[in-house]
Design a protein around this ligand. Sequence first.
Ligand code: 9MR
Length: 730
Amino acid sequence: MHLWERSLAISATTLLLVGAAVVPALADEVEQVVNGGFDSGTDPFWSTSGMPIALSDGQACVDVPGGTANRWDAAIGQNDIDLVAGETYRFAFDASGDAGHVVRAVTGLAVSPYDTYFEQSPALGGLQHYEYTFTASTSTAQGQVAFQVGGSAEPWHFCVDNVSLVGGVPPEVYVPDTGPRVRVNQVAYLPAGPKGATLVTEATSALPWHLSDDNGKVVASGRSVPRGVDASSGQNVHSIDFSRFTKPGSGYTLTADGETSRPFDIGAAAYDRLRADSLKFFYTQRSGIAIDDALRPGYGRPAGHVDVAPNQGDGDVPCQPGVCDYRLDVRGGWYDAGDHGKYVVNGGISVWGLLSEYEQSRGVRKVSLNIPESGDRIPDILDEARWELDFLLEMQAPDGMVHHKIHDQAWTGLPLLPSADPQPRELHPVSTAATLNLAATAAQAARIYSRYDPAFAKRALAAATKAYTAAKTHPIALAPESDGVGGGAYNDTKVTDDFYWAAAELYLTTGEKRYATDVITSPEHTADSFGPAAFDWAATAAPAKMDLALLPNKLPGLNGVKAQVVAGADKYLAVQRAHPYGVAYAPANNVWDWGSNSIIANNLVVLTAAHQLTGRAKYRDGVLTGLDYLLGRNALNRSYVTGYGEVSAQNEHSRWYAAQLDPALPHPPAGSLAGGPNSSIQDPLAQEKLKGCVGQFCYIDDIQSWSTNELAINWNAALARLTGYVAEIH
Ligand code: 9MR
């Protein structure tokens, strides 16, 4: 059975919009499961072949065979379940199983395409009662409840009883546990840096606060500043400034209004670790190579997509039908996110993040990333970026254009190791945006790698030049929004910014006048590139301007570009100062975008550029204040970086760091950035739990919430770029 997650998300969104106007009346509570107590035999339950249901002490038990690959390869279930869209159901059962085994309890569609409407995967032990509430997103008479127990190498024993699905129950209101009302950077404030906190309170006038050290001794005190109702959270808040306290230490807490914050450090060490961890993330995302457990204890896994069954492999990949008549070897690269897709535009902006960290934060050259190439004469950050660059180069078609992406023919379910993905892989059409991403990053690579690997640098520049020429010949090969089956669309219909970025990088590398002319005559050159979101995979003019402003070159009118970057930074500083949580992001109508954490990080990267350009401390302080939000000073009181802070994200959407679904798998590695609040809540779980959420609250740390809680290479590239800078300035 498959989880057609994205198509389901679309239908669920549509339903929600309708549901907002017509609230269905609560029906009487009605049991949908027949004979759930197994009091009259096993009918109408079914089980997969070779696994007959036996009644034992009134429970339904099975001997689960070992050696199956997927959860759904062995299952017990009941079909012909009626589900009504918008109605809330209580799904309950008693179950037991050999310790360490997991049951995937599902309510879904009994027929193809086997949509999953609700699922939970509890780890089993002695007989226990399990109970969940969910709201159906679809109406069907062909529903199913099922207990999937496959995927184990060893045989094991599973029993279930009192299976119940009751419709018409009241919806469960999800209330996040936000802990103490004093919100701080749970990781560390730099000793000489700004130290801001936010207090959530009903009070409208100033309140006393005090700072305590790890012995409970009060070391500083002051009064809060009332800030009124914060639009991004809907909370009444005060801000607290304890910047004047500078003594390094750990275990500090801040107390105000009878609440004590989570503990934090004053010190820089965490940022050295985070700089390395945010970059180490990329090795565990690698495709086409086994991840060595000795290098990443707990994260070792076989190579993915190297033409070993059940993978269909990336070694000889055809296009989608009718798209091209050749095949390409596109092994390698990084998996994009929690899926197994590889997308050139997102690879491009991620490579830029790493290469620009190399160019701007020189200390990173000495940072060991514990990767197979560590110890060679090339800085590890460049070895890691090279893994993706080689893949980007492979995606170039014979005519110089570049394929937008390569991924599975259909969406796969979770969990699924890269090496276990059985789907056919396909190249999608070439696009102008992907072609220009290669032109930009290969040009950037050419200047950077020339001192380490001149042959590669030469090859990269040739590919960049060829791509740039091809893009000029095909300027409107646009990636459509509709191409989102089996992988993300990464649709991009505006490519003037990509032309600008490619021309800028080619100019910075070659100094050739023709590229300078293209830069200067581009409509992007004078346009404001610093809107609510400075840059991301789709918007690449700001990276071009920052590189032009920061790297040595003789572009006529260069001071104007520098002034634009500084003016952009001033806008973000103004937004941040007005924001009681110190966030340099205020999207129109408070609609927070998918991956908002990376947008916030990227806006802060603009501040790093302004700091480098002007040397003015206000920009550095803005970067540090902005980072506080990502590390816990937020409405949810949670650090969005795994393993950093007392309470951090840990269940990001990923097919292989899927501990939430299978305790045998790891959580994401330390130092990965969760996507963050997304007002449009574009997955069924978020739609279920977060309906009506305000800005910062549109996030849930659940593996099923891909639209608020995925991890992704571009987001970690943003974190790496940012923490690389912080590690440099302390
Ligand atoms: O990061 C992407 C975000 O900006 C888009 O709004 C969203 C929907 O198109 O897609 C995001 O990217 C996802 C991609 O499509 C597939 N791999 C996972 C990416 C992160 O969620």
